[in-house]
Design a protein around this ligand. Structure first.
Ligand code: PLP
Ligand code: TYF
Length: 393
């Protein structure tokens, strides 16, 4: 039976990780996979996470099953983190296996509700969005998003394209820190998007994987909160992998905002049902870490401070890179790097230029010219700047 399996296309980002490891050159620079690294190249366990784990180890008396939806405390803490004081009376939620699990289950939930749906995704988007939809056999359409000239958002084109989504279709939006481009909507543009969806009845699925890495923990949730307040039905898939640095714990949440209490209860039931079909109880350790931090003012403050350190480190690297490139190129055409937000920027280089930077300078970025800003430090920024200019960008 197993010999009849077909080979599966590998994940290009994860493949790049392996190629980087196999490169024996001194001074090689990894700007591939989206994992935060401090200036020493280490992905640290955050201080508050260590403290929370210690507390859990000391105080936890059982590891018996929790609930199919995860614990109420985790779901309440995450609703607060993502939605602030946005209305929660129409909120259903389940703990998920990372942000990816929440996305997958959001799509399954949407399909249960509307088997004929089409999903609208940004061009480009995180490759796993496409991969999951292909695997599920979900029809999807890409909406224009990235303007390769300005390296910003082509908002007029985006509006035209998402206006084609009909009632009961899903429009997948990155809540902040767009992956892979780093180009984001302004709040005014979000308001226009909300007006379009309000008119059509298409349902937004907000993917929030980098809250705190762009403009701040609260600021990065602002767009999601506007959507939550502005539309009757909203799906949100949030990840704790990056902003709590607990990648391997697989911690996320799927939130559904429903139009009324009856629909909320139906959504809650179906979301718990989907957990049961896919893996039964969601993982608890990461969720418990997050809950412990968010419920304790001292731990929360320390976590906020460390997220802010990460965010300002990323911003300083962006400023430095844009400034080096301004000097080297004698132009401001790379200033978009300082305008982008989050871990990533898409440079807009050709695949040949990306390959040249890998071969000539041992700089690894994803083939679409996405670079992980966190892979840089003050010393390597000038090396990258030179390589970019030498590659002829
Ligand atoms: N969505 C986007 C855009 C991402 O970049 C990631 C990152 O890995 C995720 C979702 C989900 O991450 P995870 O499943 O590791 O929580
Ligand atoms: O885009 C990234 O690099 C992160 C990490 O299959 C990631 O989101 C990459 C590929 C993948 C899972 C996570």
């Amino acid at each position: 039976m197993l010999s009849s399996l077909q080979p599966q296309a590998p994940d290009k980002i994860l493949m790049l990780m392996e190629e980087f490891k196999a490169d024996s050159r001194q001074g090689k620079i990894d700007l591939g996979v989206g994992v935060y690294k401090d200036p020493q190249g280490v992905t640290p366990v955050m201080r508050a996470v260590k403290a929370a784990e210690k507390r859990i180890w000391e105080e936890q008396t059982t590891k018996a099953y929790t609930g199919l939806a995860g614990t109420p405390e985790y779901r309440a803490a995450m609703a607060g983190l993502v939605l602030g004081d946005a209305p929660k009376d129409r909120l259903a939620s389940v703990a998920s296996v990372g942000g990816t699990g929440a996305i997958r289950q959001a799509l399954e939930l949407a399909r249960l509700a509307n088997p004929d749906l089409t999903v609208y995704v940004s061009d480009p988007t995180w490759p796993n969005h496409l991969s999951i939809m292909k695997f599920m056999g979900l029809p999807f359409v890409e909406y224009r998003y990235f303007d390769n000239e300005t390296r910003g958002v082509d908002f007029e084109a985006m509006k035209d394209d998402i206006a084609k989504a009909g009632k009961g279709d899903i429009v997948l939006l990155h809540g902040c820190c767009h992956n892979p481009t780093g180009a984001n909507l302004t709040l005014d543009q979000w308001r226009e998007v909300i007006a379009i969806l309000e008119k059509s009845g298409a349902v937004p699925l907000v993917d929030l994987a980098y809250q705190g890495f762009g403009d701040g923990i609260e600021a990065d949730a602002e767009a999601t909160r506007l959507v939550a307040k502005g539309l009757p039905e909203v799906l949100i898939a949030a990840s704790c992998s990056k902003n709590f640095g607990i990648y391997r714990e697989r911690t996320g949440i799927l939130i559904a905002l429903a139009d009324g209490e009856q629909a909320r209860d139906l959504a809650q039931g179906s979301m718990a049902y989907l957990n049961r079909q896919n893996f039964s109880f969601p993982p608890d350790h990461g969720a418990r870490i997050v809950t412990t931090i968010l419920e304790d003012q001292a731990l929360k403050s320390d976590w906020q401070a460390e997220v802010e350190e990460i965010r300002t480190t990323l911003l300083a690297l962006r400023e430095q890179l844009a400034s080096e490139l301004r000097d080297l190129s004698g132009s401001d055409r790379f200033d978009f790097i300082a305008r982008h937000r989050g871990m990533f920027s898409r440079l807009g280089a050709t695949p040949e230029q990306v390959a040249a930077m890998r071969e000539d300078a041992a700089i690894y970025m994803v083939g679409d010219s996405r670079l992980n800003i966190a892979g840089l430090n003050r010393e390597t920024v000038p090396v990258l700047a030179r390589a970019i200019v030498e590659a002829g960008l």
